[in-house]
Design a binder for this molecule. Structure first.
Ligand SMILES: NC(=O)c1ccc[n+]([C@@H]2O[C@H](COP(=O)([O-])OP(=O)(O)OC[C@H]3O[C@@H](n4cnc5c(N)ncnc54)[C@H](O)[C@@H]3O)[C@@H](O)[C@H]2O)c1
Length: 120
């Protein structure tokens, strides 16, 4: 198994990635390290993940389709767990496009890659 976890530096993505790495699974982490909350916390999580030989990280925004395609083509993951998302209800009023970019466009970019490459 080769698992790509999006949002690997986030709360759930970090803990899931750690669990997978502890089980000797190859993990490719992807995150844009956005500043919705302190990015230093995300960097500190990455420092922990980077200690595992079976972990690779790429700072990529899911809305950037060519970059997402490149990662998927390079690693050909067997599974993708999509935990990169814009969470929070109040912030959606202030910055609705952050939700569209990450939760809709970003997710669509993942689905489109697998559909076009018949990996589903
Ligand atoms: N934390 C909870 O209690 C909880 C409960 C239920 C569901 N969830 C869901 O789990 C998912 C992850 O939640 P979380 O608490 O880990 O949030 P989080 O904000 O800690 O993690 C999300 C990560 O995704 C990254 N990210 C956001 N948009 C991105 C983009 N466009 N490209 C690349 N990376 C991007 C962020 O930088 C962040 O590190 C969300 O869908 C959330 O709704 C969380």
């Amino acid at each position: 198994m080769k698992i790509l976890t999006t949002g690997a530096a986030g709360f759930i993505g970090f803990h899931l990635s750690t669990l997978l790495l502890e089980n000797s699974i190859q993990v490719i982490g992807l995150d844009n390290l956005n500043d919705y909350y302190d990015p230093e916390l995300k960097k500190a999580r990455l420092e922990i993940l980077n200690k595992y030989d079976n972990f690779t990280f790429h700072k990529v925004d899911l809305k950037a389709k060519p970059a997402v395609d490149n990662i998927f083509e390079a690693y050909k993951p067997t599974h993708v767990i999509n935990l990169a998302a814009q969470a929070g209800v109040r912030y959606s009023i202030e910055n609705p496009y952050a939700y569209v970019d990450s939760n809709l466009t970003g997710f669509m970019n993942i689905l489109d890659f697998f559909y076009r490459n018949m990996m589903v």
